[in-house]
Design a protein around this ligand. Structure first.
Ligand code: BEZ
Ligand code: MG
Length: 688
């Protein structure tokens, strides 16, 4: 009856011929390999705007019932990170008989092969679906290196450097002209105007090339049961900065042996799986050996003393970069906080939010997190910056103490008897009360996220399904889904007036990037939340966009980039880089799917922020669609994803994110049509 309220009478409309429900998979003796159905709102993303009484589809419920009751499985192994079961509606922890994850999995032993760098989502699988995680290694890591026109450019710059200072001025000018033309061919400079003084331009180009060459990228995929080879292991250890001979030998041996399949077999024999911390291999080799059950963190220790110090430094870097762009100190910063980035850095991003507000955590006499305290303004040395925070559903589930910490910091700041020009939180809270009345507790709400049991801003599903006309609809979805305020009582409530007022004062939106493997164009949740909030800010400010930054915390001391720099860097080191795409294409259909995801996520950034340069689409079209040989290769490996790439590029043109010539557009359309025909041909073949 509950499912019928959401989805109508059985068998519903998903995975059905109108009479039966299909369970997709193949039975191999005693083993059934099945495909977990989707949530059901794919293709109908508006459905999730109505939060209440959401239930899994008939197909989803039938899938688990069939596995348990008809097939009679002794255990289930969920294969690969981030499925749908553990995100079904219900409580965050301590499942009851009303909670869907528990209703669906029941008492079936649940093993879950899970990415070792994703302890935060893994924790939800444990808490909400009773999973025992079995960690797997992330892909090999390599420096991006240079390719094609970038190599030519580097060679010319090397020649420029080697020029005799007394060389013939005509020769110098000719070489500078060549460098400018080569840089323009790879979209690193414009052809006009001709450089009056080439030397500083060439220094800049050279620094840019260096960053491209040494940026780390994932190189291919990890295959379970196939440990990385010697070269890959050497690159991984070097990227992680492991240099001491003993440590190198130890970790190399751990990487060289498969620990994952033996663990799966062990688990299926009902034996114990050893625990392991989750995290990035590049940060901590403690994740080795994989094949272990990931655990999280001590919630009372976050943010750590180190994170508090580093949070102040990183907040300083963000402000420095913003000032260097010619801006004043911002009154308000909008920040996206995830579980993963906080777990991997002992709470670094939460500490950045505290630092911006001029606050710090307070600990009790046992050293456990007890709340927030303000730093004196004299110590802070700048105004308290207002911070409006968007939490992922995962942060909300994993870090309730930290939510209260952040909410308390905002409230303490709003209550502090300090001049408005030294305390923007108080300034905005007083303005809100003057305008709308209400209490200080209400006016100082700054921690926002989904309501209980729901995840995501849904901007990503709208982009996937092209289910929107105007970009501002994306902001509407963001605010509806992410507009629940969390105060000191930790209970979600709508606070739309406060949210709109504070969004209207935002001058910077930003988010940390925590993993080399996962960029802002790799998964759709970055544009879902950071893109979503940036668009919501733009709408609240009557069309005026904020600055958008990424705080790259993946290596060393961290680096602030503008969003457009980050998208450009990822485009050059990944999408346009043969090393990246050839590495993926070795893995067949899934490689093409990852390339398609990159293209769709890129368009997600165009839609939410407009910060993607048109040449990005031009080059992507050149490589993946207009080149016949590549197009055929992709179509052979994965016709569906190939057609999506072509159609996404056409959609991006229709939405005016780039402006290809009529010839290019016609070629794209034709490629799209051919791919669709090919898919139809395959479906007909299957049906026959
Ligand atoms: C998180 O840890 O909060 C998160 C991870 C992946 C996607 C979105 C959020
Ligand atoms: Mg997946």
């Amino acid at each position: 009856a509950e499912i019928e309220k959401s989805w109508g009478p059985p068998p519903g409309r998903i995975q059905t011929d109108g009479r039966d429900i299909f369970i997709l998979g193949v039975q191999l003796g005693n083993v059934f390999v099945g495909i977990q159905p989707g949530f059901g709102y794919e293709g109908d993303p508006m459905r999730l705007l109505f939060e209440r009484d959401f239930a899994p589809t008939h197909a989803f419920s039938a899938f688990y019932q069939w596995i348990r009751q008809d097939f009679g499985a002794d255990a289930v192994l969920h294969f690969g990170t981030h499925g749908a079961l553990e995100f079904m509606p219900g409580k965050q922890a301590g499942m009851s008989a009303q909670c869907w994850p528990d209703r669906l999995i029941g008492d079936l032993p649940n093993y879950y092969l899970y990415a070792s760098n994703n302890p935060s989502e893994g924790m939800l699988a444990k808490r909400r679906a009773g999973a025992t995680l079995i960690s797997y290694l992330t892909p090999p890591i390599a420096s991006a290196g240079l390719y094609r026109g970038l190599l030519d450019l580097k060679a010319s710059i090397d020649r420029w450097r080697a020029l005799d200072p007394d060389a013939d001025p005509n020769q110098r000018a000719a070489l500078a002209g060549l460098i400018q033309a080569q840089a323009s061919a790879v979209d690193l400079a414009t052809e006009e105007p001709v450089w009056a003084d080439p030397a500083p331009e060439i220094v800049k180009l050279s620094a840019g090339l260096l960053e491209l060459e040494y940026t780390l990228i994932p190189h291919g995929m990890h295959v379970v049961g196939e440990p990385p080879n010697a070269d890959q292991r050497a690159e991984m250890l070097s990227a992680a900065g492991v240099t001491e001979a003993g440590a190198k030998a130890r970790y190399d041996a751990l990487l060289a042996e498969d620990h994952e399949i033996p663990s799966i077999l062990r688990a299926l024999e009902g034996r114990y799986i050893m625990p392991a911390p989750g995290g990035d291999l590049l940060r901590s080799m403690d994740v080795l050996p994989t094949g272990r059950n990931l655990h999280g963190f001590d919630p009372f220790k976050l943010p750590s003393a180190f994170a508090v110090q580093d949070g102040m430094r990183q907040a300083g870097r963000l402000l420095e970069r913003h000032l260097a762009e010619g801006n004043a100190v911002p009154e308000t910063v909008a920040m996206v906080l995830w579980g993963t980035d906080n777990l991997k850095t002992e709470g670094g991003p939460s500490a950045q939010a505290l630092a911006l507000m001029g606050a710090r955590p307070r600990y009790d006499s046992y050293g456990r997190l007890a709340g927030a305290a303000l730093l004196p303004l004299a110590e802070l040395g700048r105004p308290r910056i207002d911070v409006v925070m968007t939490l992922s559903g995962i942060f909300r589930d994993l870090l309730p103490l930290q939510m209260k910490l952040l909410a308390e910091a905002a409230l303490l700041a709003a209550q502090a008897d300090e001049p408005a020009e030294q305390n923007f939180i108080r300034k905005h809270a007083l303005q809100h009360i003057a305008q709308h009345g209400g209490s200080m507790e209400q006016a100082a709400l700054r921690v926002f996220g989904n309501t209980d049991g729901t995840y995501g801003a849904h901007v990503n599903s709208m982009i996937h399904d092209s289910a929107w006309n105007d970009e501002d609809e994306l902001a509407t979805s963001f605010v509806r889904r992410k507009g629940f305020a969390y105060g000191l009582d930790g209970k979600p409530e709508r606070a739309d007036k406060v949210l709109q007022q504070v969004l209207a004062s935002v001058e910077i939106t930003y988010q940390n990037l925590d993993s080399v493997e996962v960029g802002v164009t790799t998964i759709d949740q970055y544009f879902d939340m950071l893109g979503g909030v940036s668009r919501a800010v733009q709408v609240a400010r009557g069309g005026r966009a904020s600055a958008i930054y990424i705080s790259d915390q993946t290596r060393g001391e961290g680096k602030i980039r503008t969003l457009s720099e980050q998208v450009t860097l990822e485009t050059r080191t990944r999408a346009l880089n043969p090393k990246w795409y050839e590495g993926l294409l070795k893995h067949g259909y899934e490689g093409v799917r990852e390339i398609e995801a990159h293209v769709t996520n890129t368009m997600g950034w165009s839609a939410t922020t407009g910060h993607v340069a048109p040449w990005v689409y031009e080059r992507i079209a050149d490589i993946y669609v207009l080149d016949k040989e590549m197009r055929d290769r992709l179509a052979h490996l994965n016709p569906t994803a190939s057609a999506k790439i072509a159609n996404r590029l056409i959609e991006a043109q229709e939405r005016r994110y780039w402006n290809p010539s009529a010839d290019v557009l016609a070629a794209l359309r034709q490629a799209g049509d051919e791919l669709e025909d090919r898919i139809e041909g395959i479906s007909e073949g299957v049906a026959a």
